[in-house]
Design a protein around this ligand. Structure first.
Ligand code: FE2
Length: 200
């Protein structure tokens, strides 16, 4: 989107006044963050989708992997606003993102349910965090390691179901494969996850 806008601006730039000059001025200096979600939302983590979908096709949730591959180019990628380059580092935000299908303001409206797909790139650590919503993950692709307070780390293959009760501290880390996981939140779905004090 930004590339297209810049190409348009290059055409309009010579206009001295009138609508083209106004449009050129409006476009000049735009950053990705200035665009409305839906256009600017393809996050760097989307570069791992193809690899994840190829892995997912070989697993028990192949139908989800296939269907996600079909809609992903048009999907709105999101990130938790509590996580930023400043507090998580660029290696994190470039390897993390999710697409939400059901939820407040999502394609399928719901006030008390979130359903989406989380994507983590390879060699990535999503540290110890918690949220008031109850959460159930289904691993679509990737053999990531999952941590839950009191239980340590466990490698979970595609098809695994992981359940986090409200405010349970949990974490994930990937090795050489990306992770694609379907999640479902219920209850207090409008409160984002926050990092917890200890680090798994
Ligand atoms: Fe969670």
């Amino acid at each position: 989107m930004l590339t297209l806008l810049r190409a348009i601006e290059a055409v309009y730039r010579e206009a001295k006044d009138g609508p083209l000059a106004a449009a050129s001025a409006r476009i000049a200096g735009l950053k990705a963050r200035d665009l409305r979600p839906g256009w600017s939302s393809r996050k760097p983590v989307a570069s791992f989708v193809r690899e994840a979908v190829d892995l997912g096709r070989r697993g028990p949730l192949a139908e989800i992997a296939e269907a996600f591959a079909a809609v992903e180019p048009l999907a709105t990628w999101l990130q938790n606003p509590n996580y930023s380059v400043e507090n998580m580092g660029p290696g994190y935000v470039d390897r993390y993102g999710y697409v939400e299908l059901i939820g407040p303001g999502r394609p399928v409206e719901s006030a008390d349910l979130l359903v989406g797909l989380l994507m983590l790139g390879p060699e990535m650590h999503y540290p110890d965090h918690a949220h008031p919503a109850e959460e159930i993950y289904h691993v679509v692709a990737g053999h990531a390691e999952w941590w839950r307070e009191g239980e340590g780390w466990h490698r979970k293959p595609p098809g695994s179901v992981i359940h986090h009760t409200p405010m349970t501290r949990h974490a994930m880390r990937t090795r050489d494969e990306p992770l694609l996981a379907l999640y479902c939140w219920t209850g207090d779905v409008e409160v984002y996850a926050t990092m917890t004090e200890t680090s798994a």
